[in-house]
Structure formats: C-alpha cells, structure tokens
Design a protein around this ligand. Structure first.
Ligand code: CTP
Ligand code: MG
Length: 233
C-alpha cells in the first residue's frame, strides 16, 4: 500500500501585481469558477490526495463563497510571505510528522495530472528528500549587475524553472522553513539550505503561475485546450 499524500495550497497572497483590487485567487477564470476553485477541484479530481487544505489569510472574506468538489480543510492562518503561509499551514494541520505534503500555488490552475503522477512516481527513488516539478530553460541566461550591465552568461544546462507542486516530508519542511533566514520563494529553496536532495521532475508549459493581468488570457487558453482534449474539467 502506498503512503498517504496530503496537499497544501497556499492562497493567502494579496495578488499585488495583478492589480484587480482583490486577491487574484478569487478571479473567475472558468464558467464562474474562481482560480482557487479550479486549482483545488482539478487536483482533488485527480484522486491522488488523501486530504487537501487551503491556507487563507485571517481576514479573507471570499473563501466562504467558494464551492469545492470534495472536502477541503480551510486554514485561516496565512502569513506575510508565501513561505510563512506554508509554514503556518503545516503547523496548523495535524498530520503525521513524516507525511508527504505536496505544496501547490493557488495561482497555478492549469497543473496537469500527468505531471503530478510523475512527481508521485519520483518519490519511489531511494535517497531523496523530496521532488519538484520544473522545466528546462530555453533562453540564454545572463547574470546582470545593479546597473543593468551583463557580467556573465550562466550555463543554462544546469538551470531549470521551478514550478509546483513541490513535495517534502512535513517535519523536515517545517524545520527547513523555520531555519530559512532569507526570504525563500519556494519550499525547495528552504530544503536546499539544509542540504536536502531534491529531485527534479518534468513539469509542463501549461502550469504557469498567474502573476500579471495578461496571464489570465493565457490561462484561459490553456484551460480551453485541456478541456477540449478531455483532460480535465
Ligand atoms: N501566497 C500566500 N501567502 C502570502 C503570499 C502568497 O499564501 N503571504 C500564495 C499566493 O496566494 C499564491 C502563491 O502563494 O497562491 C504564489 O504567490 P504569488 O504568485 O506571489 O501571489 P501573491 O503574493 O498573491 O501575488 P503578488 O506577489 O503579486 O502580491
Ligand atoms: Mg507574492
């Protein structure tokens, strides 16, 4: 029997860069469903997770209107940063110390079942502490100084773009996030600082993080294309 899997969705951001006046996770993106509902429902319908929890801010006045496809635990303990929201959520959720927890951004509503399946399979590998979805970098990468002048070119064959879900053991992730002194923008960064072995698993181009207003159109196109392939509702 395989181990239980838990999914934590940080959704406590304010969506400043989207400039819509309310948090982007509540933007309606598909037949009246908000981005958060689409993200949660499709992950829930994949059938891989034993329990799903969403972290929202204490003052959130939108979450009660959400209608999710399955049972979702709402944790009202968001923090000032994404990392703090994830840490607060992990601590508030009484799960076994060593449980695998998958963390996925509410702002990535196009995540695909194949990718999540690959991520789950990767956990079978020996001697890894976790795994993340990522994509290769295709542009040439430049290291630029504060005056906007290129200092050097980075070997892109060693680079990739990290996505979510990212999966780690709950206890190890709590410890890593607690000791990460500088701001970390994903779970893997905190784990790397502890010397953890993080396996890279191929993600997909559709799994973008909605950040700016223009991304909405892109996401709608991906959702339509996925729907017409019968991939996901
Ligand atoms: N997030 C969170 N708590 C925070 C900040 C972010 O739970 N304090 C969540 C967001 O809701 C989102 C994910 O982390 O699902 C990725 O963060 P990001 O795309 O940066 O979202 P926002 O922080 O809301 O956007 P912005 O940075 O433009 O304000
Ligand atoms: Mg942010």
């Amino acid at each position: 029997m395989s181990e239980k899997r838990y999914l934590l969705i940080p959704a406590a951001g304010v969506g400043e860069r989207m400039k819509i006046g309310y948090p982007k996770q509540y933007f309606p993106i598909a037949s009246g469903k908000t981005m958060l509902e689409v993200t949660v429902n499709r992950l829930s319908e994949m059938g891989f997770f034993d329990q799903i929890a969403v972290v929202v801010s204490e003052q959130d006045s939108y979450i009660d209107q959400c209608r999710f496809a399955g049972d979702v635990l709402v944790l009202r303990c968001g923090g000032q940063t994404r990392a703090q929201s994830v840490l607060n959520g992990l601590k508030a959720w009484a799960l076994p110390y060593n449980a695998w927890v998958f963390v996925h951004d509410a702002a990535r509503p196009c995540v695909e079942k194949d990718s999540v399946e690959r991520l789950i399979d990767a956990l079978e590998a020996p001697e890894i502490d976790g795994a993340i979805l990522a994509l290769p970098v295709t542009d040439t990468l430049k290291w630029v100084n504060s005056e906007g002048i290129v200092e050097r070119t980075i070997d892109r064959s060693h680079c990739c773009r990290a996505q979510t879900p990212q999966v780690f053991r709950r206890g190890a992730l709590i410890a890593a996030l607690e000791s990460a002194r500088e701001a970390v923008t994903d779970e893997a960064s905190a784990m790397e600082m502890q010397g953890a072995r993080v396996k890279i698993v191929e993600g997909s181009a559709a799994n973008i993080k909605v950040t700016y207003g223009d991304d909405i159109e892109t996401v709608k196109n991906f959702l339509n294309a996925q729907n017409s392939k019968g991939q996901i509702k």
